[in-house]
Design a protein around this ligand. Sequence first.
Ligand SMILES: Cc1cc2nc3c(=O)[nH]c(=O)nc-3n(C[C@H](O)[C@H](O)[C@H](O)COP(=O)(O)OP(=O)(O)OC[C@H]3O[C@@H](n4cnc5c(N)ncnc54)[C@H](O)[C@@H]3O)c2cc1C
Length: 555
Amino acid sequence: MQIHDVLIVGAGLAGMRAAVAVPAHLNVGIVSKVHPVRSHSVAAEGGINAAIREDDSWESHMYDTVKGSDWLGDQDAIEILCKSAPEDIMTLERMGALFSRDAEGRIAQRNFGGLGYPRTCYVADRTGHALVHLLYEQLLKRGAHIYEEWYVTSLIVEEGVCCGVVVLNLFTGELSTLRAKSVILATGGYGRVYLISTNGLINTGDGMAMAYQAGVPLQDLEFVQFHPTTLKSTGILITEGARGEGGYLFNARGERFMEKYAPNAMELASRDVVSRAEYQEIMAGRGVNGCVMLDLRHLGKAKIMERLPQIWELSITYAGVDPVEAPIPITPGVHYSMGGIPTNTQCETPMPGLYAAGECACASVHGANRLGGNALMETIVYGRRAGEFASQYAEQHEIKPISETHLQKEKEKISSIMSRKDGERVGVLRETIGTIMAEHFGISRTRERMEAGLEKLKAVRARIPNLYLQDRGNIFNLELIDALQLHSIMDLAEVLSAGATIREESRGAHSRPDFPKRDDENWMKHTLAFRTEEGPKLEYKPVTITKIPPAERKY
Ligand SMILES: Cc1cc2nc3c(=O)[nH]c(=O)nc-3n(C[C@H](O)[C@H](O)[C@H](O)COP(=O)(O)OP(=O)(O)OC[C@H]3O[C@@H](n4cnc5c(N)ncnc54)[C@H](O)[C@@H]3O)c2cc1C
């Protein structure tokens, strides 16, 4: 058993940024189920938003973000994000981030969807890669205890206070406890509740499921972002930077169809708007084999190779298309979790001692739709703040004694899965849930379709207790990890589907043909789902509006 002042679960950008913010006199531990640089943050492509130019302003960034959120974002949290972003970018630069440069040698910025100013800083189309390696260096320099390839199975809660976690060491298969004065969840998103997603296979929303199991509600899970440009059949992301650099979208008739849907912003409207437009074109029979086309040819080879080298490579490798010579077939695909563990602006969750930051948290800076480039900024601004505030909490509190039962309970759970001789295979159930979610809770959601989805999910839930594993070993039992992740996916699928079915309006990414309008009177509120034996119980809480009153959203 190990004891830390601050314990962080997750070593993506949010978790590592939090660790680096913990003052040197405190002892920090950081746990990750994969090596830190394999966290999904490493896959981020297009960039990170900050108003760093004299003719730009945090107020304008805030306006764009609130509008992008379809007025579901909390404006106090958005204000902090946009105000802090320029200084946080400079801190990354001082740490050694190699941002791409413009002709005058300043940090270059590109256009991104829903922005009124080209304010997305980038490192070619490998921004996440550059930042993850930068923060990993900082983490090593900081001297944190890194539990690499350890899987957290549950939170330890004593008298309503979070005071540690139960972990499985993948190398040995041993379960143990890690205790801490404060715990930060930075476990990333739940994109893999869906079968096909731009997310890594590890993005199963474990942290959210753990919090939910421990009695913390989950907020706004029905808001799932579909990215407008994912590569045909694979779900691989083609960065919004491709449109930011001037790429066009065409339908089968060769029309730049965004003219109809967003005459001013065109391809650079917010993601929900562009994805819906593509979906409508494809449904109306104007797609090309279930896709629309992203055309970069007019940018020329030199620009493509300088700004979008990875896109060039991905497109050739996975679609057999050289974007210098031919348009890329793309479809909208599951990309980002707007919902998560509710936090205030100090990253506190409703449970004392428990903090959350990054994609697993819901502050809520993205509301009903996130703007591209804002997620990376959130991991940096709110990751840092989580480290700072969890440290303050650790300084003011003692380590709590914990009961033996936490470890015992997890041991029993795992041995019951390991000892079953036959039953259901994990992969089959995961595929079943992922397919139900894609078919019934996709871009366009009608009551009928969602209710049928709820029934199917109920049937899968009943099969979960029959899970069995073929691998009974202790060392690197990834089938066991898959089984534990399946429990996360199941819980989150239930919360997401319950919230979506009940929300009778269209706002941001949640789009209902049977309720096509945003309904501020009845639905300008956050969903909170509490766990009960009968399934999620929903409550609601108000949105924080400080500066920008609700208005109609047009691009
Ligand atoms: C392909 C792609 C491209 C993107 N491009 C951009 C972009 O250009 N700009 C932008 O703003 N956003 C982008 N995003 C979104 C953004 O990258 C993510 O929201 C952000 O990086 C999430 O960071 P995080 O630190 O919250 O989580 P992650 O980076 O997902 O890290 C989660 C961590 O939690 C750990 N973990 C999870 N569960 C457990 C467990 N049970 N036990 C132990 N450890 C656990 C994992 O090991 C990992 O270390 C992109 C996303 C994708 C998928």
